[in-house]
Design a binder for this molecule. Structure first.
Ligand code: MG
Length: 481
């Protein structure tokens, strides 16, 4: 049934579109209820860490149900193997090399960083806001913590969360040295701020209740905006180390603390879905669940598992960038296991398409519209993936084959190794990247070289935002320790 308020908003949307604020081509406009969007983004969750993706002891009944009722994508990629560039890619639909949100020297933003996502970039939130959507960011941002870079400066009506990673702002006076702090973590060891919009409301943030409080904020937002189109970006700080969970989930999982954390995130997914059901938005909301990069393997059992994939976070091996991904929208997303390629780069054009608009025409996008694949009408339009390590291309996939030009095992002090000829793996037959078949497929290597050359020819590299440091005198008072 068409909700009257939504129809009204739709008419406003049509007017906004006719102004062509986004300078994009308007695709099919139909007088139907506008689709809501909920993107749930985990931090450092491994490919093998959900029940539905094969974990033997972590129980994720809510996510498993969404995968059964929706689509489980088994070859879905984040566009980078660490936090900041991965999030920039999701938000903008563009490889971070185009926005300056990557660096080979300083790979993510830190509390002393001066940079962030430039205003010239258009986020999913800003694009949807111009279509009449209400927008909220809840959780980790990591695209700049200074006021001009926060979610509220990038198209979000509201923000509630920790603006960067939960292991930053280490307080040396309160925290044990080295890894000891992570094995038995206390919230007070990391002096991270919790913000509401542009204000710090708690510092250090109590991380034991952070997943619970993010969930409450998400559920409240859905209830408050149930009669108008909305976009909710719910980006959990966990399971990035240090690991925290609320009392309710303590000592629950056979997998230990890490399992407790995932099971609380799974509970959170269940709460969000219940809120959609309670407000009658179950069938007109696309829910997407994925992760920003692979598991942080050097943290032993405090890091996750990439399952059968090789290596993890920081790496261009599959474990660094292939993410457990689920799409759910009863009646629209056709239940299926999808083995075609997809990427977080594709969320921008997919969401805009499902909102009845095209992507802005004034810039290059790296994503594809997956909406017909979600509807079960076609194969995924994505046939390739470029794997960046900072500002450099270290690997590329075309169809089943992936070539590595440079490899490195991350976080163990290893130097990068260049490969000429490149290593070549058939990922359909060998997802664990064990058997180099370069010698058997010179023509495939040539085609992948052409793919990379063509991609590079279309890239105008933006100056990096990740290396500039904030002078202490310029810091907002909340950042001065
Ligand atoms: Mg991460």
């Amino acid at each position: 049934m068409i909700n009257i308020m939504r129809l009204k908003t739709f008419m406003t949307t049509a007017a906004a579109l006719s102004l062509s604020l986004l300078a994009g081509s308007v695709q099919s406009l139909q007088a139907v209820e506008q689709t809501n969007f909920v993107v749930i983004f985990a931090d450092d969750l491994g490919y093998g860490d959900l029940g539905t993706f094969g974990h033997p002891t972590i129980l994720t009944p809510n996510l498993d149900r969404l995968a059964d009722e929706g689509q489980k994508w088994t070859q879905f990629y984040s566009a980078a193997n660490v936090c900041t560039p991965s999030r920039a890619a999701l938000m903008t639909g563009r490889y971070p090399i185009r926005s300056g949100m990557c660096s080979s020297r300083r790979r993510v933003l830190f509390p002393d960083s001066a940079g962030g996502l430039p205003q010239s970039e258009i986020t999913i939130a800003r694009a949807l806001k111009s279509l009449g959507y209400r927008t909220a960011a809840v959780g980790k941002w990591h695209l700049g913590h200074l006021p001009q870079y926060l979610p509220t400066s990038h198209g979000f009506d509201s923000y509630f969360g920790i603006p960067y990673s939960n292991d930053m702002d280490r307080d040396g006076a309160k925290s044990p040295k080295g890894r000891e702090a992570f094995w038995n973590p206390g919230s007070e060891y990391w002096n991270v701020p919790l913000m509401r919009n542009t204000e710090v409301i708690e510092r250090p943030a109590d991380q034991t209740t952070i997943t619970k409080r993010y969930t409450e904020a998400a559920v409240d937002f859905i209830h408050e905006n149930q009669d108008q189109p909305f976009f909710l970006y719910l980006a959990h700080n966990l399971p990035h180390v240090p690991l925290f969970r609320s009392e309710q989930f303590s000592q629950r999982s056979a997998r230990g603390l890490y399992g407790d954390v995932i099971e609380e995130i799974d509970w959170s997914v269940g709460q969000v879905v219940q809120a959609l059901k309670d407000t009658g938005n179950e069938e007109n909301t696309l829910v997407v669940f994925t992760s920003d990069n692979g598991p942080w393997l050097v943290f032993d059992t405090h890091g996750g598992s990439a399952g059968l994939l090789r290596e993890g976070k920081g790496s261009c091996w599959e474990g660094g960038m292939r993410e457990p991904t689920i799409f759910w929208m009863p009646g629209t997303v056709q239940p299926k296991v999808v083995t075609d390629l997809g990427s977080t780069l594709d969320l921008f054009p997919t969401i805009l398409s499902m909102a009845g608009a095209g992507t802005p025409a004034d810039r290059i996008y790296d994503g594809f519209d997956l909406s017909r694949t979600l509807a079960g009408e076609s194969r995924s339009p994505r046939l390739s993936m470029i794997y960046y390590w900072g500002e450099e291309i270290w690997a590329a996939r075309l169809g089943a084959f992936k070539a590595h030009f440079t490899t490195k095992t991350e976080y163990v002090g290893q130097k990068a190794v260049k490969h000429d000829p490149p290593l070549l793996f058939n990922l359909n037959e060998d997802p664990s990247e064990k058997y180099d078949v370069a010698a058997d497929h010179p023509a495939v290597l040539e085609r992948i070289a052409e793919l990379v050359k063509s991609h590079e020819a279309g890239v105008v590299k933006a100056p990096t935002q990740l290396t500039a440091l904030e002078l202490p005198t310029n810091k907002p008072s909340f950042l001065i320790k």
